[in-house]
Design a protein around this ligand. Structure first.
Ligand code: AMP
Ligand code: ZN
Length: 460
């Protein structure tokens, strides 16, 4: 029995966490809309829920935790961006997703168990909408299908917003076909040049909220344990997911625990394109736009984790430098490289994380372990937080060059090459050679080009 406690937005309290089925812990987190490079704020839920995923795997066993993070690849922002750039929607979403996967792998995040794509789940979306119409919670009008908010007696329980605020929020989009101003779109018609699928209501496409309800249903069932995302998603996105799933399946709950990360701002200001402080994960890792230098993925990860996930976080150069100093202190500690990680992470660290992911406390445990020379425990603690694999292993060792390369293996190889380029830039020749040898031992040969780039091939 674990003593894990999590803050549940539904009840506004920290609650003991008990999965409905200990052999199948189920978590869903809203993933990216793939129209542009993910910004550093988008990295926050990815990193936070990766720590929770790792902790759950430790507690319940790797085979007993299913983590689903979707890829929203149908959305009006995508259509607009593809038209603007003169590329096909498919090319835009594929390329953006590829960069996203590489970005978050560089941040030391494990791939979720399943990453469903919205465009591959149109059938269950239509099925859910049909159910909602059949049981009186939705209606078709003018090629659209709308969810009828007044049909659900306790709509609004998650966000606890006063009715007039919700109405004001919904008013952004008043249309003649709505019976009530709060009703929201489940399905809408597509023009000939817009992506569309045949449906009982004509050729059209889904609204954003129904995508997550359908994908979580297909991969986790009608009710599941944890649903996560950023705090901005509480209303209307999560409120509407709950309305759709509960009314379609007739349960009192969709997810039992709702978790939300706080927002990130940059150097004390809201991140926005117009303020010029809009910063992508890709820029931090690969360019010198922030603080005049590139930053290793594990520095970004630690900087993100030092603030409790529910608090707002201020993204500053100073915070990155502090995170880097902490990482160096651990990795440069005497005898760090000589010992293997202990089999189980230190008890105090588990204790800290079990208190609604108190990572700040977990980090002070790591500092204490270094001070007292407990290197095995330090290593295994770093590993549980995803701060050890990201630096040294990236689990590339389990990669088999004889089999076909998966996209994950490619991402891992490319991350190693980036790490080696960074080591060379820092004139850390020992590290750069170590990475080259490591890759060579797995059959990956590197070639350094005159223009400073490195290409690779698999020698069979
Ligand atoms: P979006 O692509 O806008 O739907 O966002 C993807 C995820 O990133 C969602 O979980 C958002 O809540 C989260 N997110 C977006 N902006 C920020 C931010 N500035 N700080 C923290 N999380 C954010
Ligand atoms: Zn969602």
């Amino acid at each position: 029995m674990s003593s894990l406690k999590l803050y549940n937005t539904l009840t506004r309290t920290k609650e003991p966490f008990h999965p409905a089925d200990e052999t199948n812990v189920r978590m869903y987190v809203c993933g990216p809309t793939v129209y542009d490079h993910a910004h550093i704020g988008n990295a926050r839920p990815v990193i936070v829920f990766d720590v929770l995923f790792r902790l759950l795997r430790h507690i319940y066993g790797e085979a007993h935790v299913k983590y689903v993070r979707n890829i929203t690849d149908v959305d009006d922002k995508i259509n607009a961006r593809a038209a603007e750039r003169g590329v096909s929607i498919r090319d835009l979403t594929e390329e953006t997703n590829r960069v996203f996967q590489a970005d978050v792998a560089a941040l030391g995040c494990l791939p979720p168990t399943v990453q469903p794509r919205a465009t591959e789940h149109i059938v269950p979306m239509i099925e859910m909408i049909e159910r909602l119409i059949a049981n009186g919670h939705a209606y078709a009008a003018d090629g659209h299908v709308l969810f009828s908010v007044p049909s659900m007696a306790d709509y609004g329980r998650l966000s606890r917003r006063p009715l007039d605020e919700m109405i004001a929020g919904a008013r952004v989009d008043v249309a003649s076909y709505k019976k009530d101003e709060m009703d929201f779109v489940l399905w809408k018609p597509s023009k000939d040049d817009e992506p569309g699928w045949h449906s009982p209501w004509g050729r059209g496409r889904p609204g954003w909220h129904i995508e997550c309800s359908a994908m979580s249903w297909k991969h986790l069932g009608e009710t599941f344990d944890i649903h996560g995302g950023g705090i901005d998603l509480v209303f209307p996105h999560h409120e509407n997911e709950i309305a759709q799933s509960r009314c379609a399946f007739g349960h009192g709950v969709m997810a039992r625990y709702w978790m939300h990360n706080g927002f990130l701002q940059v150097e004390g200001e809201k991140m926005s394109k117009s303020l010029g402080n809009f910063i992508t994960i890709h820029d931090l890792l690969h360019t010198e736009k922030f603080g005049g230098r590139k930053w290793p993925g594990e520095v970004l990860r630690l900087a993100m984790l030092r603030t409790h996930y529910r608090q707002p976080i201020d993204w500053t150069v100073k915070a990155l430098e502090e995170a880097e100093r902490a990482l160096l202190a651990w990795h440069d500690a005497d005898h760090f490289d000589e010992v293997a990680p202990s089999l189980t992470p230190p008890e105090q660290l588990l204790h800290a994380l079990s208190d609604d992911l108190n990572v700040a406390e977990a980090i002070s445990v790591l500092h204490a372990l270094r001070k007292t020379g407990q290197m095995s425990a330090l290593k295994s603690g770093l590993s549980l937080l995803g701060l050890y694999d990201a630096t040294l292993c990236l689990s590339v060792r389990s990669f088999d060059p004889a089999s076909d390369l998966t996209p994950e293996s490619r991402v891992k190889i490319e991350n190693w090459i980036d790490a080696r380029l960074a080591a060379r830039a820092a004139k850390n020749w020992a590290e750069s050679d170590r990475i080259r040898d490591e890759l060579a031992s797995m059959g990956v040969a590197l070639k350094d080009n005159k223009d400073g780039t490195t290409t690779w091939e698999v020698k069979r």
